[in-house]
Design a protein around this ligand. Structure first.
Ligand code: NA7
Length: 541
């Protein structure tokens, strides 16, 4: 009886945090520092979030590691040594482990517990979150640190159950290494994950068949080991770099904003500039060649055309090159992928590209993938088919706010949130990098730190003023949602069927979810909201 009471007490918290990735771990660090009782509940068997689940061959971050890392601790950023310019999944996971160890976070993380219900109790004025195994926690505040790309999606192909080979999803990759030697492997999906995985698996497999529905733009990562010189030079001025990063739209330093429009230059000069960027590597760098690449069709076409010509020069078979050359969306309007030998992979004898736009996959059969009545025989089938992005992980939980209002109902026509931080009628519920915030259009770690710091400041201020309840004014929320949309509509982003718009999920409302005016502008807005006494929020004792 006593122990039961004790465990109930332990589970009665100031803050319950759902998710132990970059966001959840830093939220825990901050709340702990403030003397709050906080607990992180994590579905996985370890911390790491995205970097725990996405362990597919070739998984790598497309933001440089010296940037894609926490800035909150000077000692941490000085002492940690990244191996590569763009580090791989295993190294990022090792880093998050180190952080959790170094700041003694593990003792407040409950693993192997997937939250499936979060209900606000109007009388007790607290959140009750319940895991699928029935365990529950109560807290004054609930913070969803559930990630933007964390609900993997396998297309509903009939017959998958009958497949006699092994099948995988990139976002749910097994912990033990998978050996593809001597096997006939199929990959469905040529987004960022597919483009990273395909060159690696092609080197191992007996044969690789790539099922492509939409060709995607990719530029070279130009990844390389991080030399001591670069590491030390960066660390000597780390604070300056971080300050600069905070003043950029992407939260990434070292890319001076372009001052010219694409058509200001002659075709020859333009090509020279694109060629330089192609050689440097990286997607921000490439898209920052001109200032109007994502707002002007003609400008965009110059960059798209450059990449298509590159593809034609790399891929030897002209018909395969044509299939790989994207023509149906502006470059950068979907996430511009980074690769290490992606297009070159299609010159290999053991790789076949199949156009499933022209001849869609009918079903998965016992022996492989069936198209136009014929089977592509496979031993292994890999789905690199993406995620129910930005809202998927939140709506996967039955979230109910004041008076039992359901988030799934509220967001039926698309996500509605104020600053991507809170949503009206769901008091004391915060989202880290929620829809309507810059999130996936920035260096995620920097956006996460900005959100966590904002939330921590908000909680500290409420405590000082003796306030216990924070909610959102629906009018401010509606204005913010309209503003997010207005910004997106003025760009080319809305011209591509992307997961930013939810178009990859059948039936998902078409709403542009990230706020793309830039992290610098967004942070200034969030700070101004605080200065004006939490404008748009309602706080009560
Ligand atoms: P993405 O970018 O959503 O890519 C998914 C890919 O899977 C894309 O090529 C899709 O083609 C393809 N797909 C999805 N469903 C099907 C079906 N039914 N048939 C054929 N092909 C299909 O996911 P990723 O995991 O690559 O990347 C997500 C983000 O993670 C990435 O942007 C980085 O930020 C990290 P489509 O384009 O829909 O025709």
């Amino acid at each position: 009886m006593i122990s039961d009471q004790n465990s109930r007490l332990e589970r009665s918290l100031d803050v319950v945090i759902v998710g132990a990735g970059f966001a959840g771990l830093y939220m825990l660090y901050q709340t702990r520092r403030m003397g709050l009782r906080a607990q992180v509940i994590e579905a996985g068997a370890d911390v790491g979030g995205t970097w725990y689940w996405n362990r597919y061959p070739g998984a790598r971050c497309d933001v440089e590691s010296l940037e894609y890392s926490y800035s909150f601790s000077s000692d941490l950023q000085q002492q940690w040594r990244w191996p590569d310019r763009f580090s791989g999944q295993a190294d990022i996971l090792r880093y998050l482990h180190h952080v959790a160890d170094r700041f003694d976070l593990f003792r407040s993380v409950t693993l192997n517990s997937r939250i499936h219900e979060a209900h606000f109790d109007d009388t007790a004025r607290e959140w009750r979150v319940v895991a699928s195994d029935g365990r529950d926690w109560r807290a004054r505040f609930c913070v969803m640190a559930t990630g933007n790309l964390s609900l993997p999606r396998v297309p509903a192909f009939p017959g998958l159950d009958s497949f006699e080979g092994r099948w995988f999803h990139t976002g749910l990759w097994p912990k033990d290494p998978i050996d593809f030697s001597g096997r006939r492997v199929g990959v469905v999906g040529t987004g960022s994950s597919g483009i990273q995985l395909i060159p690696v698996v092609a080197k191992q497999a007996k044969h690789l068949t790539v099922f492509q529905r939409t060709a995607n733009f990719s530029v070279p990562a130009v990844n390389r080991p991080l030399t001591d010189d670069i590491d030390q030079a960066h660390k000597a001025r780390y604070d300056v770099w971080r300050d600069e990063a905070r003043r950029t739209p992407f939260g990434i330093a070292g890319h001076p904003p372009p001052h010219l429009d694409a058509l200001d230059d002659s075709p020859e000069v333009r090509d020279r500039k694109y060629e330089t960027k192609w050689g440097i590597g990286g997607n921000i760098s490439f898209l920052y060649t001109y200032r109007d690449l994502l707002t002007n069709d003609a400008a965009n076409e110059t960059a798209a055309d450059f990449v298509r010509r590159k593809i034609r020069s790399i891929v030897k078979d002209p018909s395969i090159a044509e299939l790989l050359a994207p023509k149906d969306h502006p470059i950068g309007a979907k996430r511009l992928c980074l690769d290490d030998g992606y297009y070159e992979t299609f010159n290999r004898d053991n790789v076949t590209l199949v156009d499933v736009r022209k001849h869609p996959i009918e079903r998965v059969s016992r022996v492989g993938v069936r198209i136009s009545g014929a089977d592509y025989e496979l031993d292994d089938l890999i789905f690199a088919t993406g995620f129910d992005a930005m809202t998927g992980a939140l709506l996967d939980i039955d979230i109910r706010g004041a008076r039992g209002r359901s988030l799934r109902e509220k967001w039926r026509d698309g996500p509605v949130a104020y600053l991507g931080l809170m949503t009206a009628d769901f008091p004391n519920l915060f989202m880290i990098t929620g829809p309507g915030s810059p999130s996936v259009k920035t260096n995620m770690v920097m956006s996460i730190e900005q959100h966590v710091d904002w939330i921590a400041g908000c909680l500290a201020g409420m405590d000082e003023r003796g306030q216990t309840l924070i909610s959102v004014d629906p009018l401010s929320e509606a204005k913010w949602v309209a503003h997010v949309d207005e910004i997106a509509q003025a760009t080319l982003y809305v011209k591509a069927d992307s997961w930013y718009l939810g178009s990859n999920i059948p039936g998902k409302p078409r709403v542009f979810m990230p706020y793309i005016a830039g992290l610098d502008r967004y942070k200034a807005i969030c700070d101004a909201v605080v200065e004006r006494g939490y404008e748009g929020f309602i706080m009560r004792r």
